[in-house]
Design a protein around this ligand. Structure first.
Ligand code: 3SL
Ligand code: MG
Length: 238
């Protein structure tokens, strides 16, 4: 198994995904929202790039669809929810379909469509993602959503955590690209993820917007045991 990391949605080269599994990571906060909503009984998530597209799909059946996402970290006008994972509780999402558009996370998923399979990863489901990858034993690329097309410390250390779990399960029977090694190195040398991530640009933005609870939740490891997959335009637990 070969393991690689891509540092942002803008750095994706689709031709490099042939025959590989991709794990998309936007730990703050899109993929943490997706894992949470599906774990709380949401039927499926439809990620889209544009706000108009989301509103258009939702208008087809107002009872079935919820609209969630953000621009600039803030709820979009006419949307039901922002991009706070703590909003996606069972009472609200159970049996519903969520249409989501976010600045970086949903873009990273759509830009990864050339991959053989696409999984949704975060810290809250990190270990179970590693277990799934070990079972499949195929080459894998961790796509970090990044922040506005740039490298993001929070996604990078999350990749490092999952890689570390994976190497542990695989008893080292895998090869890592230099960037994958660096990602794991960053994780190993920063046992407190929050202490490392607090210097990240996006962490500071979240703090300024007073999303302290979101930060604490999204930066916790292994709270959830599901691995959502993106297939044919939908994210579900298959
Ligand atoms: O960029 C994204 O996809 C979002 O997760 C960003 S935010 O954390 O909701 O601001
Ligand atoms: Mg992010």
């Amino acid at each position: 198994m070969n393991i690689d990391v891509v540092i942002s949605a803008q750095h994706i080269k689709p031709e490099k995904f042939k025959d590989r599994i991709v794990v998309v990571i936007d730990v703050l906060r899109a993929t943490s929202v997706m894992v949470t909503a599906l774990n709380n009984g949401c039927d499926k998530i439809i990620p889209v790039k544009e706000i108009e597209e989301a509103i258009d799909i939702a208008s087809k059946d107002k009872n079935k669809y919820l609209l969630g996402g953000e621009r600039g970290g803030i709820k979009i006008d006419k949307f039901d929810f922002s991009n706070s994972p703590l909003d996606y509780i069972e009472d609200i999402v159970k049996g519903k379909s969520l249409i989501m558009t976010t600045t970086n996370g949903t873009r990273a998923i759509k830009n990864s469509e050339e991959a053989e399979r696409i999984f949704i990863g975060a810290l809250i489901n990190g270990r179970v993602v590693a277990e799934k990858l070990a079972k499949l034993n195929k080459d894998v690329t961790f796509v970090n959503a990044g922040t506005d097309g740039e490298f993001s410390m929070d996604d990078f250390i999350t990749s490092g955590y999952i890689i570390n779990c994976l190497r542990d399960i695989m008893k080292n029977h895998c090869t890592l690209t230099d960037i994958a090694k660096t990602s794991e190195y960053v994780y190993i040398n920063n046992p407190s993820i929050i202490s490392f991530v607090k210097d990240a640009l996006h962490y500071k933005r979240m703090k300024d917007l007073r999303y302290n609870e979101d930060l604490r939740y999204c930066l916790s490891k292994d709270l959830i045991n599901i691995v959502p997959e993106y297939k044919d335009g939908e994210i579900k637990i298959y």
